[in-house]
Ligand binder design. Structure first.
Ligand SMILES: [Zn+2]
Length: 142
């Protein structure tokens, strides 16, 4: 069974406010640390942060659950907007590809007799490649 962890703020506030830590470096020197006062200042700073909000407060913990839910809804809305954009751009790309395809076919059919054989080969390959891409795109949509 997992022991329930005491929240950090509670632990900090349990430290006696007048607690001090004296570190003896050697027999002539020591340093003094007011850990009690520092723990209570840290707890106050954490509590202040828990009751205010920021752009990224959804990542601060359970006190910002509602903020996290709001962030998720905003991200979902963004995904929907991007999906709509992708659909629109795909439709435009399909229109452009179809127009290009028609241009190539027209040029190919009109000038077949005048064109050098190398260009005819290239153009017919381009037409075949386009048809293949259209089939591939249709398969992706299914
Ligand atoms: Zn918040």
């Amino acid at each position: 069974m997992e022991a329930k962890q005491t929240p950090l703020i509670d632990l900090l506030e349990r430290v006696p406010r007048d607690a001090v830590l004296v570190v003896e470096h050697d027999q002539f020197s020591s340093s003094f640390h007011p850990v009690g006062r520092l723990c209570h200042e840290a707890a106050a700073a954490l509590r202040a942060r828990a009751s205010t909000h920021a752009d990224d407060c959804w990542s601060w913990g359970p006190a910002h659950y509602e903020c996290a839910v709001r962030e998720i809804r905003e991200l979902q809305a963004e995904v929907e907007r991007l999906r709509a954009d992708v659909a629109e751009w795909k439709a435009r790309a399909d229109d452009l590809a179809a127009a290009l395809h028609n241009c190539i076919k027209l040029a190919y059919n009109c000038h077949r007799d005048e064109l050098p054989s190398a260009i005819i080969t290239t153009a017919s390959k381009a037409v075949a490649k386009y048809d293949m891409l259209v089939d591939f795109s249709a398969a992706l949509d299914d």
